[in-house]
Design a protein around this ligand. Structure first.
Ligand SMILES: [Fe+2]
Length: 249
């Protein structure tokens, strides 16, 4: 399986605090069946790690993984705060897309609002040739209470990443309900751990994979945990099924 959202890089955000923690996370990921992982530290305009810093810390982690013989491939990325300045920074080459292919960008909205500029910024990113991947919308209060707000953005070309723990009940009931509803509507393109440490969220990834199999079958499990993530890593196109005509329309 492939995890496109993790905070495994040490010392850059509220994820792994040390290289030891990063290595412990990598061991947990491998035990849970993850073979490839995208390192996506939080990036905010005022306190951001630059793409150069992310790449240099990633290189150190890759060296340690090799030294410790841990079979986890870690790739570059970032979890970017959705801000009006983001398209401009992308145009200036300052942003790290998923695996640096220039095709998919993980973006995070605030937890309790959908700012007025959201649709505009997401569209501007697409005009620059990048498809936004909205990180865990099921944990945002606005999307959670009005599912149609997310549909509008997906119908407009953005993709969706669900956090594994949202599906398994790791967060609260409304989050699980929203996660399942988004899956049933076909609005979800990836499931990822959003792991910040060695415990909790990484374990949920493995449980979510089993739940996906039971609830939605092996085809859907593979699509969200293996094939779509693989396509993102390669910069290949991903079907946005919400765009398909719904029967009766
Ligand atoms: Fe995250």
């Amino acid at each position: 399986m492939i995890d496109i959202h993790s905070h495994i890089l040490p010392g850059l955000d509220d994820g792994a605090a040390s290289m030891e923690e990063s290595i412990a996370m990598a061991r947990c990921a491998v035990t849970g069946g993850i073979k490839q992982m995208v390192a996506t530290p939080h990036v905010k305009s005022r306190t951001y790690p630059s793409r150069e810093l992310i790449l240099s810390v990633l290189a150190k982690l890759q060296k340690e993984l090799k030294k410790n013989d841990i079979p986890l491939v870690v790739m570059p990325g970032g979890e970017y705060n959705l801000e009006p300045e983001l398209p401009g920074r992308l145009a200036r080459g300052e942003v790290l897309t998923i695996n640096d292919t220039g095709r998919y960008l993980l973006v995070e909205l605030p937890p309790s609002s959908v700012p007025d500029y959201t649709a505009t910024v997401l569209k501007e990113l697409q005009v620059e040739g990048v498809t936004p991947v909205i990180a865990h919308p099921e944990r945002n209060y606005v999307f959670m209470s009005d599912y149609s707000r997310l549909y509008e953005l997906v119908a407009d070309g953005s993709l969706v990443q669900l956090t594994a723990g949202s599906l398994t009940g790791y967060y609260y009931t409304e989050v699980t309900a929203a996660a399942r509803a988004f899956l049933e509507q076909g609005w979800v393109h990836f499931i990822a751990s959003d792991a910040h440490n060695r415990s909790g969220q990484l374990l949920q990834f493995e449980i979510a994979a089993k739940e996906m199999l039971q609830l939605f079958g092996d085809g859907e499990r593979r699509r969200l945990l293996v094939s779509n993530p693989q396509r993102a890593l390669r910069g290949e196109s991903i079907e946005n099924i919400s765009r398909l005509k719904v029967s009766g329309e």
